[in-house]
Ligand binder design. Structure first.
Ligand code: PLP
Length: 344
C-alpha cells in the first residue's frame, strides 16, 4: 500500500466523520448474502417502512487500523469485533455476518482508502465502522425482510478534546443506560439514542460523559456512555466492574491482560460498589477503541466531586503504562507477543 496520502493535518484531527472514497456493502435477502462490493455513495436508500428506522433493528462495531513503522497497516483483534457482532445479531434476530464477509468488508475498505490512513507517528488512526441494519417494506413489529451490512472508514484523532492522554471528567446522572437483561451487553443502536440526554446532562455539570451505575440498585459501577471502566486500586490491584449490562469491550479485556501479563499486577473483574469503594480507588480510567484509555480526573456524584490520579492534575503511572503498552502494540512499535494485530 504505497498510494500517496491525502493532504490532511493528521495531528489535529478530532473524532468526527471524514468522507473517504469507498465503502463496502452487502445485502441479505431470502436467507443468503450477496457477494458484497465497494461502492462510492455515502448515502443509503432504504424503504420508509424499514425496521431500522422505526424499531432500531441495527447494530454496529468499531475498530481501528493504524500504520506501523514498517509501513504495515494493522488491525487490532478484529476477530473479537466479529464475534461480538455475532452475539448482537442473535439478540436482535438479525442474520449473522459470516467472519469471511466481515473481514472482507473491513480489509477491502481499508485497502481502498489507503490514502486516508493516517501515517505512523501522527497520533491519528483510521476508524472502521461496520454496521448492520434491517431494511425493506414492513409495518408491524417483526424482523426485517432484508439487511444491509456496510463498512465505512474515517480518519480520526482523539475521542475526547485535549488529545492523546488527557484527563476527562464523568458525572453520575439519574438515568439508566440499560436494563439488567436488556441490551446493555450488545452494541445495538438502540442503546445510544437513549444515552444522548444523559451525556448532555453530564456535560452541563462540567463532565465529558455520564457514568452509569447498575440499573437495579444504583450502587455498582457499570461504565461510561461509550467506554468501559478500569481501576487501579490503592492496594495495587487492577479491577474492572462486573455486570451483565455493560458492553464487553475489546480494549478493556486487552488492558486487563496487559496489566496481569506484562505489568505483573493482580487483576479482577468483580462488582464495585462506587460509594463504598471510592476512597480505595487510586487511578480511574475509561477505555474503548475510541477513548483508548482516558484517565478520569474527577467524578460528580450527588452534590460533590470525587478526585483521582492525585487530585486530578496528573496522570497516574499505571494508566500511563497501560496506555503506552496498548498503543505501542496497536501501532506495531512493540513486539505483539499476544498475536493481537493483523496486517491488512
Ligand atoms: C464500544 C463500546 C465500548 C468499548 O468497546 P471496545 O471494544 O473497547 O471499543 C464500551 N462501552 C460501550 C457502551 C460501547 O458501546
Amino acid at each position: 500500500m504505497n498510494q500517496s496520502k491525502k493532504s490532511i493535518d493528521w495531528s489535529n484531527l478530532g473524532f468526527s466523520y471524514v468522507e473517504t472514497d469507498l465503502r463496502f456493502s452487502a445485502r441479505w435477502r431470502d436467507g443468503t448474502w450477496s457477494d458484497g462490493e465497494l461502492i462510492h455513495s455515502a448515502n443509503m436508500q432504504v424503504h420508509e417502512g424499514s425496521p431500522v428506522l422505526h424499531y432500531a433493528q441495527a447494530c454496529f462495531e468499531g475498530l481501528k487500523a493504524q500504520s506501523a513503522p514498517n509501513g504495515d497497516v494493522l488491525l487490532f483483534r478484529p476477530d473479537l469485533n466479529c464475534q461480538r457482532m455475532g452475539r448482537t445479531t442473535e439478540r436482535l434476530l438479525m442474520p449473522t455476518v459470516p467472519e469471511s464477509l466481515f473481514m472482507q468488508g473491513i480489509e477491502s475498505v481499508v485497502r481502498a482508502n489507503a490514502a486516508w490512513i493516517p501515517p505512523h507517528g501522527s497520533g491519528a488512526s483510521l476508524y472502521i465502522r461496520p454496521f448492520l441494519v434491517g431494511v425493506g417494506e414492513n409495518l408491524g413489529l417483526r424482523p426485517a425482510p432484508e439487511y444491509e451490512f456496510r463498512v465505512f472508514v474515517s480518519p480520526v484523532g482523539p475521542y475526547y478534546k485535549g488529545g492523546g492522554l488527557s484527563l476527562i471528567n464523568l458525572a453520575v446522572i439519574d438515568l439508566d443506560r440499560a436494563a439488567p437483561k436488556g441490551l446493555g451487553a450488545f452494541k445495538a443502536g438502540a442503546n445510544y439514542a437513549g444515552g444522548l440526554l444523559a451525556t448532555q446532562m453530564a456535560q452541563a455539570l462540567g463532565a465529558q460523559e455520564a457514568l452509569y451505575l447498575d440499573p437495579s440498585q444504583h450502587r455498582y459501577l457499570e461504565e461510561a456512555g461509550s467506554a468501559n471502566i478500569v481501576l487501579k486500586m490503592k492496594d495495587g490491584t487492577i479491577v474492572t466492574p462486573e455486570s451483565e449490562s455493560i458492553l464487553p469491550g475489546v480494549t478493556r479485556i486487552s488492558l486487563m491482560t496487559l496489566a496481569s501479563d506484562l505489568l505483573g499486577l493482580d487483576t479482577s473483574e468483580r462488582p464495585v460498589d462506587f460509594l463504598e469503594e471510592v476512597d480505595d480507588i487510586d487511578e480511574f480510567a475509561a477505555c474503548g477503541t475510541a477513548a483508548v484509555i482516558s484517565p478520569v480526573g474527577k467524578i460528580r456524584a450527588g452534590d460533590r466531586w470525587y478526585h483521582f490520579h492525585g487530585d486530578g492534575e496528573m496522570i497516574g503511572p499505571t494508566t500511563q503504562k497501560l496506555y503506552d503498552l496498548l498503543t505501542q502494540i496497536q501501532r506495531g512499535e512493540r513486539e505483539d507477543t499476544f498475536g493481537w494485530t493483523r496486517a491488512v
